[in-house]
Design a protein around this ligand. Structure first.
Ligand code: PHE
Ligand code: FE
Length: 287
């Protein structure tokens, strides 16, 4: 995601991109990618949206290990017109939105260390590429991501980035989707996490609520642990329709007068799929 008040590091271009330097990865770093990839690829069938599995082949390139962004971008470009570019870390909001609006996905190039296998603070290449790229090979989701970038540029001018960022969080990063009679995961933050891939679907702790754009734009979220509430979309077509066809300008203005919603709250108008026990979140409270 993006952040304000950052300084562009020496060596980064005006658009904050840097070379991936694929040749500089060590054997241990490639092995880390392969380990993470195999672990997730083995557990995702039956849990993840079929559209994600369909896009996973995108990451099986001519050489094993960490994907080379050049080769990956060629393939993605042929499928949906997207590219993957390397950046040093978090980038300013306007830089992030400009890349998305031009169908470029920004990714970190570093990979987690063995001590960080199950938890890390900043997204690494495994999260960014394994988590996000497969759905960029899906034409509908690819359009949604671009529309989000354009929407971000508008939101910046309207002082509404925080509200729009909640949409990104609860869809692109932590979204669930209905597939047949089942719930499936599709958010990159879930699919790239071994623990949350199970928790988000199977644990009785979190709430699972029907997607509601205005409600979700008011809902707080946590960045330090598994989510306490997930929102469920009916389909990617429906998500695109409900966001692209609506002018967010009046919506932002309307929401301005309303407060934010607590992370674990369930409101009378919510479509409740699972009323969570919140036992997991409570077990983490010290005191
Ligand atoms: N419709 C939104 C707007 O008017 C743009 C947008 C589309 C935002 C899709 C997010 C996702 O600003
Ligand atoms: Fe992400």
């Amino acid at each position: 995601m993006a952040h304000e008040t950052l300084e562009r590091p020496d060596g980064a271009a005006a658009d904050w991109t840097i070379p991936q330097d694929w040749a500089r990865y060590s054997a241990a770093e490639h092995a880390m990618w392969d380990t993470l990839f195999e672990r997730q690829a083995a557990m995702l069938p039956g849990r993840v949206a079929p559209e994600f599995l369909a896009g996973l082949d995108m990451l099986r390139l001519s050489k094993p290990g960490i994907p080379d962004f050049g080769e990956l971008s060629e393939r993605l470009m042929a499928a949906t017109g997207w590219q993957v570019v390397a950046v040093p870390g978090l980038v300013p909001d306007e830089v992030f939105f400009d890349h998305l609006a031009n169908r470029r996905f920004v990714a970190g190039r570093f990979i987690r260390t063995p001590e960080q296998v199950d938890y890390l603070k900043e997204p690494d290449i495994f999260h960014d590429v394994f988590g996000h790229v497969p759905l960029l090979a899906n034409p509908v989701f690819a359009d949604y991501m671009q529309a989000y970038g354009v929407g971000g540029q508008r939101a910046a001018g309207l002082g509404a980035i925080e509200k729009l960022a909640r949409l990104y969080w609860y869809t692109v990063e932590f979204g669930l989707i209905r597939t047949g009679g089942d719930l499936r995961i599709y958010g990159a933050g879930i699919v790239s996490s071994f623990g949350e891939s199970v928790f988000a679907l199977d644990d009785p702790s979190p709430n699972r609520l029907g997607f509601d754009l205005k409600r979700l734009m008011r809902t707080q979220y946590r960045i330090d642990d598994y989510q306490q509430t997930y929102f469920v979309i009916d389909s990617f077509e429906d998500l695109l329709r409900q966001t692209q066809e609506i002018d967010f300008g009046p919506l932002y203005a309307e929401l301005e007068g309303q407060g934010t919603i607590e992370i674990e709250a369930i409101l009378p108008d919510d479509t409740v799929i699972t009323r969570g026990t919140q036992a997991y979140a409570r077990s983490k409270l010290v005191g």
